[in-house]
Design a protein around this ligand. Structure first.
Ligand SMILES: [Zn+2]
Length: 165
């Protein structure tokens, strides 16, 4: 399936930073060097909300492609999708160098019997001295009924990647 290799990228300037928004699939057919070429020095914000799938080849290629930027860019990852977090759970240092700012997490409202993905902002939703090796999911209210939702995965596993820093 050839369209599986598709990745769309958008690069824009915002408040002195370059914002790179990636959407689609990252795998062995993705040319990440092309995606990351011409990134200027300075702050680089990478938005991964739209990544629907990344396989182990994609992770390896990503690590290799991003490494040359380490010295010249201050990299932040925002809105990491579930697909990205699933890889982070297995390969904790995959988004290094760089800092993870926010990521999506699965919640479930018992009242509405409905699943919701919530954007977790690390600085906002966790204490500064949070021990991520034993992290508890932050509380979020259901956007429909306002009841506090259940975290829908194993908390110890899901947040553990944040302990590696
Ligand atoms: Zn609800």
């Amino acid at each position: 399936m050839d369209n599986e290799s598709q990745l769309t990228t958008k690069k824009e300037k915002r408040d002195g930073a370059v914002v790179l928004t990636l959407e689609g699939v990252i795998n062995e057919r993705t040319n990440l060097d092309e995606v990351l070429k011409d990134v200027p020095e300075g702050k680089l914000i990478i938005n991964l909300r739209g990544i629907t799938r990344i396989n182990s080849c994609g992770v390896r290629d990503w690590v290799n492609a991003i490494r040359p930027l380490a010295g010249k860019c201050d990299i932040e990852y925002v809105e990491c999708s579930r697909a990205i977090v699933d890889q982070l759970i297995m390969i904790t240092n995959f988004l290094q160098p760089g800092r993870i700012v926010s990521f999506y997490a699965p919640y479930y409202c018992e009242e509405c019997k409905k699943a919701h993905e919530v954007l977790v902002n690390i600085a906002e939703h966790f204490d500064a001295d949070e021990d991520f090796e034993d992290a508890e999911a932050p509380d979020f209210e259901c956007p429909k009924c306002g009841k506090v939702m259940e975290f829908a995965e194993d908390e110890a596993t899901y947040f553990f990647f944040l302990a590696e820093d």
